[in-house]
Write a protein that binds this ligand. Sequence first.
Ligand code: ZN
Length: 352
Amino acid sequence: MREVRVTARFFDGHNDVLLRLWRKDKSGLSFLEGGADGHVDLPKARRGGLLGGLFATFVTDTEKSAAERAAETEQNVAAIAEMRHERALSVTLQQIAIALRIERASAGEVRIARSVPDILSAHADRAFAMVLHLEGAEAIGPDLDELEVLHAAGVRSLGIVWSRPTIFGYGVPFRFPSSPDIGEGLTDRGVALVKACNRLGMMVDVSHLNEKGFWDVVRVSDAPIVATHSNAHVLCPVSRNLTDAQMDAIRDSEGVVGLNFATFFLREDGRRTADTPLSVMTRHLDHMLEKLGPRGVALGSDFDGALVPAAIGDAAGLPNLATAMEKAGYGADLIDAITYRNWLDLLARTLR
Ligand code: ZN
């Protein structure tokens, strides 16, 4: 019996590989060697046809200092913001340093890409392309100086908030079931941050942003609106997913949404279980295609940051998703648009 195998190529809108390495292997070398741990490393990426993606830096809440916790109990907002900023900048630089070490140790096999030509030339040389992303802008202070420096260091994408409040806006807390309409819109500094990203040609990501903040970005930004790793709220009513009205606005801006593989954001019962069929993912893709059109849908795996269906497992299992898309009736051109081309096209229209 002939095995049906889809040869697809993948570019992914979101992973937390740098956070995993920061916790377990600050040298970053295990990314090149591979291992049992983790969803994405170079050997797994090669097996699965993953050619690159957005690599997030992320500052956890678990590293809080005693002073920060004390300030929190006093609800001293200014002190909390200042301490969080110092810690966030330090952790962000440590995680970017891991990416730089991987690039240097890889002898050309892994490259930090700053533009779409960078990504394409990496792919022409069979090298893996990392685009650096800040998941939450806590590393950036009120005068935005750090933004300029991080951009110069290669960062090309930024989520204004993670799921917590900052000086820029209000992240949507993880609630199920819940509307994303929780909390206020962007602060004046948040508006300034979006404008600064537009000026620098840095991608602005609205995943994790609450709904009022989302509409502020739509109003303020002159770039396509992007949600790197969010799903359809109508199919899984978690606060992190996008309503149909939000998807309409993203389509109007010629933006992109990356399908999140986290079962918590996929399943209508919101359960975290690897026993989740891939048909649940194609159901979200069907709805996203209906709302966003064939150029507006891509992937945002959340690998190394979420529990994903066992039928994918890790980056080596990505072809199983392409097979599921084929079974759902998608043609080869549409599959390639979703798994690869749409991110490159979006980045080409956004990065400068
Ligand atoms: Zn995330």
